[in-house]
Design a binder for this molecule. Structure first.
Ligand code: NAD
Ligand code: GLY
Length: 367
C-alpha cells in the first residue's frame, strides 16, 4: 500500500545503509509509511508512559497488517532513565516475546527513547532493524537522524553506545501539537545550531520565523524540520562516524553536557543545556577571533527568543572543566570545543583553560 499522506523526503546517503527521512502530518497512522521495510513477523514499539497514550495505538494499528504480532513496551519517562537498567527492559521484552533477528524495533518518542531503542537494536542478537518515529522537535531535527545511539553513565553523557543506522525515520509533524512549550523550545536549540555552523541563510530564516515556530505555525515547523534534516544528512553523509566534520553538530554541546551532568540528568533539558552552551561556545569563538561581538549578541538574542536559558548554572569553573574533560571529543585530557571560525562555518579545537574560565565567568550565574 503506497503512502497517501502528503509528505517530503530527505535521503541519508550511506551506501547500502541509506534510508529516507519522511516528513509530513499524519504519517505514523498511515500503513503506507512502512511499505519499504524488510519483511518480518514481529514488531516491538518502544515508547514511554507519556507518549504511549497519545500515539502508540495509532502506530500499532498502522503496523497491524504488516506484522503478525505488534508488541508495545512502555519505558519510564525521563533522561534519568537513559541508563542500563531501563535499557535492559527492552531486552527483557524482546526475549520474553521470543523476538527473532528479523524483528523490527520502532522507537516512538523523543531522543531518550530513540537513543535507547537504537542501542537495543544495535545489540539485540548483534543487530536487528529499527525505525525512528520521533515525536519531539529535537528528535525530528537531530537525534533520530544519523545513527548515534547511546545511554548515559553517571560519569558522562552518552558514553555507552554505538553507531547504528535506522531503516527509516518518520517525522510526523502532527505529533508536535501535544509537545509541552518547554520541550518545543528545547528542540529549537538544535534548529538554531545549524545556522552558525553551516548555513547563515538558514539563520536569517530562523530569525524571521522564530515567533512563528514558538507559536507552532505548521509551515514554519515543517520547513525547520526539513532544512535541519537536509543539513544533518549532508554532514552525516560525509562523516558518519565523526572522524572529523560531524563534530560540528556538537556546537554548544561540550558546555551543554557539563550543565546536564553537573546538575543531574533531567534538571535542565538537553536542548536547554545546548542553547546555553551555544552562548558560551559563541563567546569562546569570539575570544579565538572567529566571530565578532555583534555575532555573539545576535545568536544570544535568538536563543533567548526561542525561550531558552542564556545564563549557565553556577557549578563553578573548576567543576565545569572537570566535567568537560570527560567529553567524547577530549583527547589526552585536553578539552576540544566546536567553535565558529567564521559565520556559517565551525571547527573543533582546544582553548586555554584561562580563556574558558573567562567565558564561564561571563556566562554563568554567580554562586
Ligand atoms: P525526551 O526524549 O526526554 O522527550 C522530551 C519529553 O517530551 C519527554 O517527557 C517525552 O515523554 C515527551 N514527549 C515526547 N513526544 C511528545 C509529544 N509528541 N507530546 C507530548 N510529550 C512528548 O527529550 P528530547 O529532547 O526529545 O531528546 C533528548 C535526548 O536526545 C537526550 O538524551 C540527548 O542526549 C539525545 N540526543 C541524541 C542525539 C543523537 O544524535 N542521537 C542528538 C541530540 C540529542
Ligand atoms: N547530534 C550530534 C550528531 O548527531 O552528531
Amino acid at each position: 500500500m503506497p503512502l497517501s499522506a502528503p509528505h517530503e523526503s530527505v535521503e541519508i546517503q550511506l551506501g547500502d545503509r541509506s534510508y529516507p527521512i519522511l516528513i509530513g502530518s499524519g504519517l505514523l497512522g498511515d500503513p503506507g509509511s512502512f511499505a519499504a521495510l524488510p519483511a518480518a513477523t514481529t514488531a516491538l514499539i518502544v515508547t514511554n508512559t507519556t507518549v504511549a497514550p497519545l500515539y502508540a495505538q495509532t502506530l500499532r494499528a498502522a503496523l497491524a497488517n504488516r506484522f503478525r504480532a505488534v508488541h508495545v513496551l512502555e519505558l519510564p519517562d525521563g533522561e534519568a532513565y537513559k541508563e542500563w537498567q531501563t535499557l535492559n527492559l527492552v531486552f527483557d521484552a524482546l526475549l520474553g516475546h521470543g523476538c527473532d533477528r528479523k524483528t523490527v524495533l520502532f522507537a516512538l518518542g523523543g531522543g531518550v527513547v530513540g537513543d535507547m531503542t537504537g542501542f537495543a537494536a544495535a545489540s539485540y542478537m548483534r543487530g536487528v532493524p529499527f525505525v525512528q518515529v520521533p515525536t519531539t522537535l529535537l528528535a525530528q531535527v537531530d537525534s533520530s537522524v544519523g545513527g548515534k545511539t547511546a545511554i548515559n553513565h553517571p560519569l558522562g553523557k552518552n558514553m555507552i553506545g554505538a553507531f547504528y543506522q535506522p531503516r527509516l525515520v518518520l517525522c510526523d509533524l502532527s505529533t508536535l501539537a501535544t509537545l509541552p512549550p518547554r520541550e518545543l523550545s528545547a528542540g529549537l536549540a538544535e534548529v538554531i545550531k545549524y545556522g552558525p555552523i553551516h548555513d547563515m541563510a538558514f539563520l536569517d530564516w530562523i530569525e524571521a520565523n522564530i515567533d512563528a515556530m514558538v507559536a507552532r505555525d505548521p509551515a514554519a515547523l515543517a520547513h525547520a524540520v526539513k532544512r535541519s534534516c537536509e543539513i544533518k544528512a549532508e554532514v552525516v553523509g560525509q562523516d558518519e562516524r565523526e572522524t572529523g566534520l560531524r563534530a560540528i553538530l556538537n556546537f554548544g554541546h561540550t558546555f551543554g553536557h557539563a550543565i546536564e551532568s553537573g546538575l543531574g540528568y533531567g534538571e535542565w533539558l538537553h536542548g536547554e543545556a545546548v542553547g546555553c552552551g551555544m552562548v558560551m561556545a559563541a563567546q569562546l569563538s569570539q575570544r579565538l577571533g572567529g566571530v565578532d561581538e555583534a555575532f555573539v549578541q545576535r545568536l544570544t538574542a535568538l536563543i533567548r527568543r526561542a525561550g531558552l536559558p542564556v545564563v549557565g548554572p553556577a557549578l563553578g569553573a573548576e567543576r565545569y572543566l572537570e566535567l568537560m574533560r570527560v567529553d567524547k571529543k577530549s583527547e589526552a585530557g585536553e578539552i576540544r570545543f566546536v567553535v565558529i571560525d567564521k559565520p556559517g562555518s565551525a571547527v573543533m579545537r582546544g582553548a586555554p583553560d584561562a580563556m574558558v574560565r573567562e567565558v564561564l565567568a561571563q556566562c554563568c550565574a554567580k554562586s
